[in-house]
Design a protein around this ligand. Structure first.
Ligand code: SF4
Length: 729
């Protein structure tokens, strides 16, 4: 029997980064199995269990492709592909300036690749036009945490800490479907009846609050907690009501407010008018449920003798034009209860993408340099330029957030060339119907990917790059824990790492800036570049991470400023990284979503995820078990609404917004409000819901309002041929 080798690594998908073993034997298929790791406790979801299929998917990109004169993507050698890219980049920048070339990264790239990509954009291309798809995921939570707490680390505590709390308020996160193994950490709080889920749908996560308790006080009370079902786009008003009850009913931690925060009086004034009955008229959540939730959280807070409480936010409340304000209110609530910076309590944002945390720390974001440094800060520029061996004055300034960057593509003053790494924009960007035209208007579109995604199919050059089990590197999980990704399988012979691609391009562009291709060496450079920054990795190396894991150590949570530092699992215990060491209570106002329902679009549309698919579905739609389980888009609709519209269960329905239309099969369910429909966003073509979502953005974070827009819902008897052609085009 042939020998097999088990390699300890992590799942390729979400930010839970479940520990897994990848076993490669000569006489059997590649196998993956969960292994013990604190976030997954030996569990894995269906996506993880089937992830080995990604390594053998039939349409895996295995050689560079270049579009020929007849418009076909044809295989070429690497020299041809890279020479073509370099020539086009040089001529584009010569004609239109440095910012005529843009770079779009991804939250699934390893820390090393994210770092190298940011360095390539700033030090080689000298373009300010770089951003990434994390702008669609984490930017509102990041902006709020930076302003209120002085630092953004998704969970500033280990996930396992949730197990000791008496109450958890979960706003806009469906983690029972997106990261099912995480549910184990809620078992104890559910047993105590302390889980409160805020979601317009009775999602799988909302169902964790248990069977409804009859009568009493209504408002979604269940055996294991409560489910609050606000009108889409009103989460902020609900939070203002909760803060109102805490402050007005004397439930706040007065000593904590006095010693660890600033702004309590302004906050009190800002929420005075948000009494529960008023909040109920705005949100639809009963006033008694608002009072009950506030008192539940207060009773769990240490100041009242509780064992602790957590307030957690997800994309459901963050992907909004008031996403930053909503997260700010969630942090305010945690602060008035005295939760943040206390062991066993806190506030956190649940990061979505596999490296959504590390991806935003090391230079892909339009306004940031490695180590979570501001690109506008002179000292930060000097430090990073020193590591890169360039003059700080040669670094560009801040660029623009993703949605604005995408709007500028191919316009007379916008970028003429775009390099895309690990992102399937045509499915994942808001108002994506018009994006294809802007991508086609470019002089050069280059896509680095593993499979021919919808975006890759539009490219002028497609470069096949390594994926998860074919590469070395690091990821940073939703807790800020830096973990190792390890090579278990040799990639196809003509597939290359993006580290190699960027080094080759830098050389062809005549840059003197050095680019290493060994991931451990790149990490060492990243560590130096991050030294002294907010996300300080200076004390880490691949070797240190490997040695710790071999010794069954606890791993390392950043910041880790020197090689003897043990890491920082829990943050803010003594002070906040603000000028005076105190957190900021920032007063915010509720204005509602960008788009109100109206006569020609009277229904709210909310979007989200299903268990079997990940992000744009470019990977999971290629896994047979997953695509057969959920093969196409669907529309959840309440039977009351469906009957009013003449829609039967299983009918095709068309959703039309001011940006276009989309359609899917109706699924009757009483798990959604009768004024709202739901559609998952993992699908393409006629079922690609981001064709209709709103690209209005949060004024602070630049995050688009994926989560709610106004639509007309109608039965679609058949799809006209002309409509199909419109979508294909
Ligand atoms: S997708 Fe997320 S929850 Fe599922 S196995 Fe992978 S890391 Fe774990």
């Amino acid at each position: 029997m042939a020998a097999s080798l088990a390699v300890a690594s992590h799942c390729p998908y979400c930010a839970l980064q479940c520990g897994m073993s990848i076993t490669v034997g000569e006489d059997r298929p590649i196998q993956v199995e969960p292994r013990q790791f604190p976030t997954n406790g030996g569990g894995m979801c269906q996506k993880g269990w089937t992830s080995a299929s990604l390594l053998t998917t039939p349409d895996r990109l295995t050689e560079p492709l270049v579009r020929d004169a007849r418009g076909r993507l044809v295989p070429v050698g690497w020299d041809v592909a890279l020479d073509r890219i370099a020539a086009a980049l040089i001529s584009t920048q010569a004609a239109h300036g440095s910012d005529a070339v843009a770079v779009f990264g991804g939250g699934g790239l390893t820390n090393e690749k994210a770092y190298a990509l940011g360095k390539f954009a700033r030090a080689v291309l000298r373009t300010s036009r770089i951003d990434y798809n994390g702008r669609f995921c984490m930017s509102s939570a990041a902006a709020a945490a930076n302003a209120s707490l002085g630092l953004d680390r998704g969970l500033p505590f280990p996930l396992v800490d949730l197990g000791g709390a008496d109450a958890v308020l979960l706003l806009g996160s469906n983690l029972a479907e997106t990261m099912p193994p995480a549910v184990q950490h809620l078992a104890e709080v559910r047993r105590k009846g302390g889980l409160v889920v805020v979601d317009p749908r009775r999602s799988a996560t909302a169902s964790l609050t248990g069977d409804p308790v009859a009568g009493v006080d209504g408002g979604g009370r269940g055996t294991d907690g409560a489910h609050l079902q606000p009108l889409p786009g009103t989460d902020l008003a609900l939070l203002l009501g909760l803060i109102h009850v805490v402050l007005i009913d004397g439930l706040a931690d007065a000593e904590y407010l006095a010693s660890r925060t600033r702004g309590a009086e302004e906050l009190r004034r800002s929420v005075v008018s948000w009494w529960p009955e008023r909040v109920a008229t705005v949100t639809g959540v009963p006033a008694n449920a608002i009072r009950r939730t506030a008192r539940l959280l207060a009773a769990a807070a240490p100041v009242h003798g509780g064992r602790g409480a957590y307030i957690l936010t997800g994309r459901g409340v963050e992907q909004s034009v008031q996403g930053t304000a909503t997260v700010t209110a969630a942090i305010n609530l945690a602060l008035v209860l005295g939760l943040v910076g206390r062991v066993g309590s806190g506030y956190g944002a649940i990061t979505g993408q596999g490296n959504g945390q590390g991806g935003r720390e090391h230079g892909q974001k339009s306004d940031q340099l490695p180590g979570y440094r501001s690109i506008s800060d002179a000292a930060a520029r000097a430090h990073v330029a020193g590591v890169w061996g360039i003059d700080p004055d040669d670094l560009p300034g801040p660029g623009v957030p993703a949605v604005q960057l995408l709007r500028e593509l191919g316009t007379p003053t916008g970028p003429r060339a775009l390099l895309v790494h690990g992102s399937n924009l045509l499915v994942s960007a808001p108002a994506s119907g018009s994006l294809a035209d802007r991508l086609r208007a470019l002089d050069l579109l280059v896509v680095c990917d593993v499979v021919p995604s919808e975006t890759a199919q539009l490219a002028d050059v497609v470069l096949p790059v390594t994926q998860w089990a074919e590469e070395e590197g690091t990821m940073t999980s939703l807790e800020g824990r830096v973990i190792r990704r390890r090579l278990a399988v040799e990639p196809p012979s003509e597939v290359r790492s993006e580290l190699w691609v960027l080094a080759e391009l830098a050389a062809r562009l005549g840059s003197p800036v050095r680019f290493d291709t060994d991931a451990a060496t790149v990490f060492d450079e990243l560590a130096r570049a991050s030294a002294g920054g907010r996300a300080d990795y200076a004390g880490l190396s691949h070797r240190r991470l490997d040695d710790d894991e071999a010794a069954s150590g606890p791993g390392f949570f950043w910041p880790v400023p020197d090689p003897d530092h043990p890491g920082t699992p829990r943050m803010f215990l003594d002070s906040f990284p603000t000028p005076d060491g105190r957190a900021r209570l920032v007063a915010v106002e509720h204005h509602g979503p960008d788009e109100a329902v109206r006569d020609d679009a009277p229904i709210h549309l909310v979007t989200g995820r299903v268990l079997q698919h990940y992000q744009s579905g470019a990977q999971t739609r290629r896994v047979a078990e997953l695509s057969s389980a959920v093969p196409e888009a669907f529309v959840e609709i309440h039977p009351v609404l469906a009957l009013r519209l003449g829609v039967q269960d299983g009918d095709l329905v068309r959703l039309t917004s001011s940006r276009g239309w989309v359609q899917g099969r109706a699924r009757w369910t009483d798990r959604i409000r009768p004024d709202t429909v739901f559609m998952p966003f993992h699908f393409t073509g006629l079922g690609s819901v981001n064709r209709v979502t709103n690209d209005a953005t949060d004024p602070i974070s630049g995050m688009p309002e994926f989560k709610v827009c106004a639509v007309e819902v109608a039965r679609a008897v058949e799809v006209a041929t002309a409509d199909r052609e419109e979508v294909r085009a």
